[in-house]
Design a protein around this ligand. Structure first.
Ligand code: ZN
Ligand code: ZN
Length: 361
């Protein structure tokens, strides 16, 4: 997975330690223009070891002497900082920097200090070294931030287009986060952003169906669109399942169960749905009649045959789908009525999956 870069604003900035006979040494960051919005403070020992973040109002308990220095880390223009998860090693950006932090990818919670990136550690060390030079010397000290921050790729942002921004929907949280991919856990409260993401995806497919029905008249073109819509319908379910699995993996379980869960394929809807009900009491097909369940299976088998056999019926399809309307080697067609019937059922399945997951406490 490509990394996206550390976006700490540094262009042409200078960090200065200015000696003043009356007031001691003061710090100034200059020349960065309007490139950052906020700072957060780290207490850093003289050897560069980071002791902790300094909350508003200062540290509650004084660390052992010598007193640590306070290092300022600038945010990006969105007021966010880079973080690296100590559990899975993945990188993200967020405005949640103080207190326990959930990884948006693996959902494991750790102390905020363990998320400090290598680049931030290097910066803190350079900051402390410069401050000590100013303290022990007789001159002002000024360092070009480019020199301490620009040396590695981590500091450049090259994969910007792959970043997905989300704001937590919880009224008392509202943490903001940038991740790769769409599904994520809020770093502050640990809630999933899945409801909003799945709604966007389902809606896009439903709108595509309406648009095709309204605007496309050519029979072949319409047929190709129904196949595409059928395909997308099923591929919305899989990433949602994969995302929720990251949290389910953290529940107490036997080694075998955890292994089975890790290997569960949400592409095979029938077997994954069955496992979710047995293991977690999540009823994905809840409120669906037997005929609707059979229909979902039929459409899923058609998706499979369209994707893997150019739409030509094989024996496996006949065995699994129970479709008596076509023969071996016939080219199957998906009709508009079938696509229209399927989408609300897929919407229901996604809603059931989410509700079932959220009901686990
Ligand atoms: Zn992680
Ligand atoms: Zn939150």
């Amino acid at each position: 997975m490509p990394e996206f870069g550390e976006q700490i604003p540094i262009g042409g900035g200078r960090l200065e330690f200015i000696r003043d006979p009356q007031r001691g040494i003061s710090t100034r960051i200059s020349g960065t223009g309007e490139t950052f919005r906020a700072i957060y403070q780290l207490a850093v020992r003289q050897d560069g070891e980071i002791l902790g973040a300094v909350p508003v109002g200062g540290l509650r308990t004084a660390p052992p002497p010598p007193p640590p220095l306070t290092v300022f880390i600038q945010s990006d223009l969105q007021g966010m900082w880079g973080r690296r998860c100590p559990s899975c090693g993945s990188y993200f950006r967020t405005d949640h920097i103080l207190g326990p932090t959930y990884c948006p990818y693996c959902s494991v919670v750790n102390d905020d200090m363990t998320f400090v990136t290598d680049a931030q550690k290097r910066y803190a060390k350079a900051f402390v070294d410069a401050a000590l030079t100013a303290f022990h010397g007789t001159e002002n000290v000024s360092i070009d931030l480019t020199n301490v921050t620009d040396a590695t790729l981590e500091w450049q942002y090259s994969e910007e287009q792959q970043q997905f921004h989300f704001k937590c929907v919880d009224q008392s949280c509202y943490a903001e986060t940038d991740i790769l991919g769409e599904y994520g856990w809020c770093p502050r409260c640990g809630r999933s952003n899945a409801r909003r993401v799945i709604e966007t995806r389902l809606k896009a497919n439903e709108e595509k169906l309406e648009r095709t029905d309204r605007e496309v008249t050519d029979r072949h073109l319409r047929g190709a669109e129904w196949e595409l819509i059928n395909n997308v319908a099923f591929s919305t379910f899989e990433p949602l399942g994969n995302h929720l699995r990251t949290r389910l993996m953290l529940f107490p379980a036997t080694a075998k169960r955890r292994n089975d869960l890790a290997n569960l394929s949400f592409q095979r809807i029938v077997s994954s749905v069955d496992a979710l009900e047995r293991w977690f009491d999540i009823d994905v097909l809840g409120d669906m009649e037997e005929s609707e369940r059979r229909f979902v299976n039929l459409m899923m088998q058609r998706r499979h045959i369209v994707t893997h056999n150019a739409g030509r019926v094989d024996q496996d399809y006949l065995d699994r789908s129970g479709d008596s309307s076509c023969r071996l080697n016939q080219r199957i067609r998906i009709r508009s009525a079938e696509a229209k019937r399927l989408l609300p059922l897929v919407r229901k399945m996604c809603a059931n999956l989410l509700s079932g997951f959220e009901a686990i406490t």
